[in-house]
Write a protein that binds this ligand. Structure first.
Ligand code: AMP
Length: 296
């Protein structure tokens, strides 16, 4: 894999593609006394991903970013084939934020012929994304557990943006006694509020304008809660109205849920998370907002 191993600039992170190269690099870092931080991604990196690398660097002496568009988390009709793949730009971004190592395995190395073990995801995977994307969290849990085992990470960093995913991984780690600590980092947003996402690049200029309605609707929900509204249904109604005004009509779900179980919460008497999934043009977007209170 030497043609893939970057050595052009001193700050360019080393790129490895095989498990043995990853293990050797991690072993050396650990021998040098470093804690290992892991940032799993599917590439097409943006500031949200880079914030996870920065969080890892602030806590761990050695940061591994992984880039792998994981086929097992995409349904056959989803965007696996057209998912953006921008390795060169990603390496530059990772150099700029000083990741130590990039692991970008090939599909056949992650899932060699005959590989058939899958992780049954926890209960918290059932609703929302689990209903809209059957099999998605099984693929996510499987690849994340494989990455944890490959990198032997002490700490792994995920984004609040994919709230249910982080909840699934937290629970999986607890249920399966995985010795990796999970950190969930804040969602990084564009100046107008749109949550950064690799899929935002699918949006046309008009759709980009529409898409900001998701975060606008979430902010409105937060303002309503701050103003004393305690009925979750009222928040959902208001969000639906904002989305409809933006001509966003294909809404998968808008829900006010318990932050841990992700079960719907009818009254805001304790912290909740508001979840949205909707299609803007052909692009499926998700966003969420935690409302902490005071909610007495
Ligand atoms: P992905 O490449 O979409 O699989 O995302 C990789 C990691 O980056 C996941 O933990 C995501 O939750 C996280 N992430 C994606 N978008 C953002 C964002 N806007 N802010 C913070 N983290 C993010």
């Amino acid at each position: 894999m030497s043609e893939l191993t970057s050595s052009s600039s001193p700050s360019t992170p080393k790129l490895v593609t095989t498990a043995s190269e990853l293990r050797a690099a991690v072993r050396a870092a650990r021998a040098a006394g470093c804690a290992i931080g892991l940032v799993p991604t599917m590439g097409a990196l943006h500031e949200g991903h880079l914030s996870l690398v920065q969080a890892s660097r602030s806590e761990c002496g050695f940061t591994v970013a992984t880039i792998f568009v994981n086929p097992t988390q995409f349904a056959p009709h989803e965007d696996f084939d057209k998912y953006p793949r921008t390795l060169d730009a990603d390496l530059e971004s990772l150099a700029s934020c000083h990741a130590d190592l990039v692991f970008a395995p090939r599909r056949e190395d992650m899932y060699p012929a005959g590989c058939s073990t899958l992780v049954q995801p926890p209960q918290v995977a059932q609703r929302w994304e689990g209903e809209c994307r059957p099999g998605h969290f099984q693929g996510v849990a499987t690849v994340v557990l494989k990455l944890f085992n490959l990198a032997q990470a002490d700490v792994a960093f995920f984004g609040h943006k994919d709230y249910q995913q982080a909840a699934v991984i937290r629970r999986m780690v607890q249920d399966l006694n995985v010795p990796t600590e999970i950190r969930v980092c804040p969602t990084v947003r564009e100046p107008d509020g749109l949550a950064m996402s690799s899929r935002n690049r699918y949006l046309s200029a008009g759709e980009r304008q529409q898409a900001v309605a998701l975060s606008r609707a979430l902010r409105l929900a937060e303002q309503m809660a701050a103003g004393g509204e305690r009925h979750a249904a009222k928040l959902v109604e208001a969000i639906d109205r904002v989305l409809a005004e933006a001509q966003i009509r294909r809404i998968d779900y808008v829900a006010v849920v318990d932050p841990d179980t992700l079960e719907p919460v009818p009254e805001l008497t304790r912290p909740v998370v508001v979840l949205i999934a909707a299609r803007v043009g052909g692009t499926r977007l998700i966003d969420n907002w935690r409302i902490d209170g005071p909610l007495a």
